[in-house]
Design a protein around this ligand. Structure first.
Ligand code: ZN
Length: 209
């Protein structure tokens, strides 16, 4: 553990040498433009892989980057990001080689995490035909990673939090990206939503008055 504190002191020192005002500036306020919903996987640290500094990205991470409508933790973070920090971009980032996605494709019981991954199994079921056509188990897993990101982008967009922001005229785009743990590269799925009309009727809410 001592090594971690030593590493931290060295890091803070390097920061100050490069930019003496760095921590003083950050301590006054945070003003991130991006909200990142990503996987808890240790290989996918948001700020670091974006090459950005602390203070740039508001982050929420959980197993398999899920935006569940019953997850108060996620919803509180989302509301704070949208209504108080006024982030301009919400980036849902999945990653290839995701253990959560792999678990959802299997049949082995893992315990509490099975409840967490239930909605991922639902996505598996919904796209069963498409997934069965995948040429290999690896391709099937990659495809479910992508379908999951698309679904979570829609889940975020379907929250009253995001729809009320759009109704207020706030500029806010929800993006779907995938990170390759094998090459360190982020890929844009080209799947993004920035207006209520792009979601479709049954999921549209009336704005709060
Ligand atoms: Zn993962």
């Amino acid at each position: 553990m001592e090594e971690l504190f030593a590493r931290n002191r060295a890091w803070a020192q390097k920061r100050i040498e490069a930019d003496p005002d760095f921590f003083a500036r950050l301590s006054r306020q945070q003003a991130p433009r991006y909200f990142w919903l990503g996987c808890s996987d240790s290989r996918v640290p948001a700020t670091e892989i974006l090459g950005l500094d602390p203070g740039s990205v508001f982050v929420h991470r959980n197993i398999a980057n899920l935006a569940q409508h019953t997850d108060l933790n996620f919803l509180a973070v989302l509301q704070f990001a949208v209504e108080y920090l006024k982030v301009e971009h919400i980036i849902v980032t999945g990653h290839y080689g995701c253990g959560g996605v792999r678990a959802a494709l299997g049949t082995r019981q893992l315990g509490l995490v099975d409840y967490w991954l239930r909605s991922l199994r639902d996505i598996h079921e919904r796209y069963q035909n498409l997934l069965e056509d995948a040429p290999s188990p690896e391709a099937r897993e990659d495809l479910l990673v992508e379908l999951n990101v698309e679904t979570q982008v829609m889940n975020v967009a379907r929250t009253p939090i995001v729809q009320n922001a759009w109704a207020r005229g706030q500029s806010l785009t929800v993006h779907g990206w995938i990170y390759g743990v094998q090459d360190g590269i982020l890929r844009d799925l080209g799947y993004k939503v920035s207006r209520t009309e792009e979601i479709g009727e049954p999921h549209q809410f009336w704005p709060l008055r």
